[in-house]
Design a protein. Structure first.
Length: 157
């Protein structure tokens, strides 16, 4: 992907003098191209928008949808809000950390899974639950069914 070419198309959507409004879509393009928002990508966006790298970085670090380091092929987000916590989310997290050999926020050595805590995923009826790749939700889960779910994801790759 040629970022300057794609950026030009996006910037054209905004009124003259409002190119900075394209910052979020451009960060999404960098993440799509590079797999995460790299320092080089932030510098590139800053140059395109004629703003400082610090301004780009302040936005990239504010939003949790932007990843500042590589993620695994699958991102597993375990809900940690009240309903999930009361129904065993910490046990589920502990089980998944032990099975994967990583702590929340880390990626497995094989690059297959990144495990992270998630704020409310709006599925309290599935508590405790997790989301795979920001798309599919699964629950209610136990220590064993959570591990089995990850193994089924691994087997289907």
């Amino acid at each position: 992907m040629n970022l300057p070419t794609e950026a030009e198309k996006i910037i054209e959507r905004y009124p003259p003098g409002r190119s900075r409004s394209a910052l979020l879509p451009l960060l999404h393009l960098v993440q799509e191209r590079d797999g995460y928002v790299t320092q080089d990508g932030m510098r590139e966006v800053a140059d395109i928008l004629e703003i400082t790298t610090a301004q780009v970085q302040s936005v990239a670090t504010f939003y949790t949808m932007f990843h500042l380091k590589p993620k695994g092929r699958h991102v597993i987000g375990v809900c940690q809000n009240l309903a999930c916590t009361l129904n065993g989310a910490e046990d589920l997290i502990d089980s998944l950390e032990g099975h994967l050999g990583v702590q929340c926020g880390e990626t497995t050595d094989d690059g297959q899974f990144t495990l992270e805590r998630a704020e409310c995923l709006a599925a309290c009826d599935l508590a405790p639950m997790l989301q795979i790749d920001y798309q599919t939700m699964h629950g209610p889960l136990t220590r064993d069914t959570g591990v089995a779910l990850l193994e089924s994801v691994r087997a289907n790759d």
